[in-house]
Design a protein around this ligand. Sequence first.
Ligand code: URA
Ligand code: CA
Length: 441
Amino acid sequence: MALIDIINHKKLGLALSAGEISEFAAAAKDPGTPDYQLAALLMAIRLKGMDARETAELTLAMAHTGDMLTPSVGGVAVDKHSTGGVGDTTTLILAPLVAACGGKVLKMSGRGLGHTGGTVDKLESIPGFQTELPEEEFLRITREVGCCVVGQTGELAPADKRLYALRDVTGTVDSIPLIASSIMSKKLAGGAQAIVLDVKCGSGALMKTREDSLLLARAMVDIGRRNGRRMSALITRMDEPLGSRVGNALEVREAIEVLSGRVKGPLLQVALALGSQMLLLSGLSDTAEQAEEMLVVALESGQGLSKLAEMITAQGGDARVCRDTGRLPRARHERPVLARDSGWLRAMDTELAGEAARLLGAGRKRKDDVIDPAVGYMTFRRLGDRVEAGEEVARLFHNDEKLAEQAEEALLNALTLSSGQIIPAPWVLARIDQDGKESSL
Ligand code: URA
Ligand code: CA
């Protein structure tokens, strides 16, 4: 079947057959296929949609355009995936905690693009840390240490790689079936048997509303279930940065402080909620409450921090950062950000807050931009807090005065103050279980 016929079918709003879908995935991998045909089909899908069967078939077909790993790690290989947020360092907290409880966390992570940070970039701020390891090596580390975080290899779902790049420049990113199949094709290829999804919701997330977040969560859970994976999804709030620090080395430092028991708050809360789903799906606990207790014991006994140190050592990094965060890269200058007005913090344009970090050099606009691991900022106010004009609401850590001015402007513009106090929503907004049902935690 020619691609033009598949484009015409989707243009008319028909459901594509299994044969048409595998043809599409194969065409996406084939360098001989012109971009304009793929782009036309993507736009037809963006406008006419795909049902659950088509979405699941497209996901598997894209996964099969590259390597399919079947990791043997001495237990249930469990992965966690976030749809991307600002100050979201949960992986660095939950991976060692889950490992300390007997879990086998094999995480293939991306680099940051746009306003959200990537776990691989954060880890690379640790001197010596390697995120590109041969397959046997990352499987051995997962088996022996219990957690390993590596970069995504180019051989996983190459069809998605090309389609994602095309979507980025053709206005076709915002399609739930395309997002769900893109993310899940890489997860299926990575071979995790259990997958916990953190679907972020709000001004700093891909999904801005609760309704869209639930739709995306259900679509991804459904894909995983149809492909024999144990699935669970949490919808979590991303209408302000999750941690208090934004920037690569700064976020590693915050994760270490959380694992040392010195810092609590929403970052820990969300990490525990996701981590307990990972233990549940791994069969290491019977209830979420029991799982959370196990994680808290691992935290309070210091086993979580020891696991992080073990993982850092296994991946070639300097584990002394776990005792002395002063060994992480540090920016040369600091700059307090002072509030211009008084009021209650009502809203935060979190995408703009992410942009502030990118402006400082903590993130990328284009794939090949070079990042500065040391720069970023720390915030002192959360939604619902009181702000007085002239007081310090954030502190920038920077290496360039001009960039700091721009970032300060962006950060202040991201804040909306009001005369009445608001009460923020809970951090975990909902959970979608294996059967797509919404359930309480
Ligand atoms: N992340 C992905 O990998 N794919 C998407 O389509 C969106 C976010
Ligand atoms: Ca991410």
